[in-house]
Design a protein around this ligand. Structure first.
Ligand code: PBG
Length: 325
């Protein structure tokens, strides 16, 4: 059928028709809110390029999480900044590390929220890389043990889902194995399967104090030019036992989200990263865009591309708006 028999505008005529034929819906159920935990008490440090986002000490973190729970957001993802860093990132897997203590405090005070923990070493190493350094580069196999230990210590402290973000080869299998050996076969792995070496992580690295002290992450994170490689990465992680496949960043990589949706029936998560948040906030502050509308349109586009879960610093504001609709 063609014009003039068919007129597309018939189905756009008014609000109710548009509601009826709408294909994608954003829900608070889709959202995960990232949080940064630091040592000390009474701390709430603003992150200048991420207005509205803070580093919290554990006491304030618990208050914040109560608020998040009240907004009906189902899950948070935690990033820790340790008291002391070292070459091996040992605070990442310390029994009383910052994340381990934070998890226990949240489970104690706000048990009814899902805790996802980011498993990586970059916040914990003096050099700021995501693994152990040998001959000037990150040593893949030596890092696997430490990541597995980190994941296990998170789960022993009460983490509900572990999310490895380091991009070492074989880490999903290593984490699955150690969790299963220790009676945690019921704990899912949300793998940052397709993670690009992106400049959109800049503001996060200030928040997480994880900027590499030499070089960059191009020898382990993916080249932004590649899409076939994304299929290889996702396939490997699925075979190693990942339960949820993440793509990161989100907005410049919606083609990748769409592609991965075609090759798996696992749930897909997309990480709407710090730089994406900073751009919306900066433009909105200048009055150059309508911040709320651009936020909702961006999140909707991530879902439309095929993501089931969106990790986003916008989760609280989006939940507020969704609650009002
Ligand atoms: C840790 C990690 C990073 C992000 C999430 N986990 C940074 C990086 O790889 O340098 C970025 C998140 C964001 O930008 O919001 N490896």
């Amino acid at each position: 059928m063609m014009f003039p028999e068919y007129r597309s505008r018939r189905l756009r005529r008014n609000k109710n028709i548009r509601r009826m034929v709408r294909e994608t819906r954003l829900s608070v159920d889709d959202l995960v809110y990232p949080l940064f935990v630091v040592p000390g008490s009474g701390v709430k440090n603003p992150i200048p390029p991420m207005p509205g986002i803070f580093q919290f000490s554990i006491d304030n973190l618990v208050h914040e999480i109560k608020e998040i729970r009240e907004l009906n957001i189902p899950a948070v993802i935690l990033f820790g900044i340790p008291e002391k860093k070292d070459d091996m990132g040992s605070e990442a897997y310390a029994k009383d590390g910052i994340i381990q203590r934070a998890i226990r405090a949240i489970k104690d005070k706000v048990p009814d929220i899902l805790i996802i923990t980011d498993v990586c070493l970059c916040e914990y190493t003096t050099h700021g890389h995501c693994g152990v350094i040998k001959d000037g580069d990150v040593d893949n196999d030596a890092t696997l043990d430490l990541l597995a230990k980190t994941a296990l210590s998170h789960v022993e402290s009460g983490s509900d889902i572990v999310a490895p973000s380091d991009m070492m080869d074989g880490r999903v299998a290593a984490i699955r194995e150690i969790l299963d050996e220790n009676g945690f076969e019921h704990i899912p792995i949300m793998s940052y399967a397709v993670k690009y070496a992106s400049s959109f992580y800049g503001p996060f690295r200030l928040a997480a104090e994880s900027t590499p002290q030499f070089g960059d992450r191009h020898s382990y994170q993916m080249d932004p030019a590649n899409s076939q490689e994304a299929i290889r990465e996702a396939t490997l992680d699925i075979e190693e036992g990942a339960d949820i496949i993440m793509i990161k960043p989100a907005l410049s990589y919606l083609d990748i989200v769409y592609m991965i949706r075609e090759i798996t029936h696992l749930p897909i998560a997309a990480y709407n990263v710090s730089g994406e948040y900073a751009m919306i906030k900066a433009a909105a502050k200048n009055g150059w865009i309508d911040g709320d509308k651009v936020m909702m349109e961006s999140l909707l586009s991530i879902k439309r591309a095929g993501a089931d879960i969106i990790l986003t610093y916008l989760a609280k504001e989006a939940a507020q708006l969704l609650g009002r609709r």
